[in-house]
Ligand binder design. Structure first.
Ligand code: KG4
Ligand code: ZN
Length: 332
């Protein structure tokens, strides 16, 4: 078997078909992502059946396009890494089956990669940015996760959400305010124009590291029921203030109880100006290095899956290709 210098990463866990070639040092040789945004926008959320069909349609042309960056030469490929979970089962199966077929055709090892481990490695794409030990907050449409990283593979999950993720909550509240889809960015902008005059609950703010956001979302709905004419920007500002208080309290608690040199924030919600400001403030307070990777790597992409695959190779991880929709971070 050849000893190529690149890992081919494949990511199809949700609504993006993404393929990338990445070197051990995090250099991204090629990355192509086909978004399904237009397909799902009329449903107000991801429609799983359409997602897997769209992956099936996009995956081979996307692989061909990425491989053209190395003259379509499989000798450059050391291994293939594909997301095996968490995610939508039909979408995961498309990626895993394709990776398996390529592995047989090219005689390469194929690793089923934990999508969450991909997110943890994403800040080291292009250039190494993580200084260990680190605290990491993942805030995306699909996940809310606070973790302590002693090293790239020594990960302790401190807390996750019991119900909705932060991004999902932003999107649902945005919909209540008539802001379209995905509403997170619009809600974030609207909040800047309002005053936090409503006192929404700060769910679980005093308890450990777990999160819960559905009660906060319901409080916004109740306010709108009672007072349909309430100023939308004020509601947005009050909602964002509650989210920031909860996130800030959990991060500060984690920093009081764990050693950290850097604070990493990844996931689509990390695009929020207000979240970025919160992270900057906390870093100043604690003398930490803020680590906010470029947004292209903070949202779902195959480059992070490829980089994580190098860890699998080096740690002799199992080549486990079982698709697992609710895979936990503690699993390979
Ligand atoms: O990581 P991501 O791109 O994808 C998935 O999780 O699938 O995260 C998407 C989430 C959405 O909920 C979106 O509304 C939210 O990130 N988001 C934002 C902003 N930009 C994207 N939320 C708040 N402020 C933003 N500027
Ligand atoms: Zn993700």
């Amino acid at each position: 078997m050849t000893q190529g210098d690149l890992v081919l990463g494949i990511e199809t866990s949700c609504d993006d078909t993404s393929v990338a070639l990445v070197r051990r040092d995090g250099q991204v040789i090629a990355c192509e992502t086909v978004s399904q945004f237009e397909i799902h926008s009329e449903f107000g959320g991801v429609f799983p059946e359409f997602a897997s069909r769209a992956h099936l349609h996009a995956i081979l042309p996307t692989i061909a396009k990425v491989m053209s960056a190395v003259n379509s030469d499989p000798a450059r490929i050391r291994a293939i890494g594909v997301t095996r979970g968490p995610g939508l089962i039909g979408s995961l199966i498309v990626g895993v089956n394709t990776a398996q077929a390529l592995g047989i055709a090219w005689d390469k090892p194929v690793y089923g990669v934990n999508h969450l481990r991909g997110h943890l490695r994403s800040p080291d794409l292009d250039e190494p940015r993580i200084i260990y030990p680190a605290l990491l907050l993942l805030v995306s449409g699909g996940h809310t996760l606070l973790c302590h990283l002693q090293s790239a593979v020594d990960v302790t999950v401190l807390g996750t959400t019991r119900d909705d993720s932060v991004g999902e909550t932003y999107d649902k509240v945005a919909r209540m305010l008539g802001l379209g889809m995905p509403g997170g960015p619009a809600l974030d902008r609207l909040a800047l124009a309002g005053q936090a005059v409503h006192r929404f609950p700060r769910p679980m703010i005093r308890e450990g590291y777990e999160f819960s956001f559905s009660g906060l979302k319901s409080s916004v709905a109740r306010l709108l029921e009672k007072d349909p004419g309430a100023d939308r920007a004020d509601i947005a500002a009050s909602f964002v203030a509650a989210c920031l208080d909860v996130l800030g309290a959990k991060i500060r608690r984690a920093l009081a109880e764990h050693d950290a040199t850097s604070l990493i924030v990844v996931g689509g919600v990390a695009a929020s100006r207000q979240i970025r400001d919160l992270v900057a403030d906390i870093c100043t307070e604690h003398g930490l290095t803020p680590c906010l990777p470029p947004l292209s790597w903070a949202t779902d992409n195959a480059a992070m899956i490829a980089l994580a695959t190098w860890d699998y190779l080096e740690h002799d991880a199992p080549q486990d290709l079982r698709t697992t929709p609710s895979l936990s971070l503690s699993a390979w």
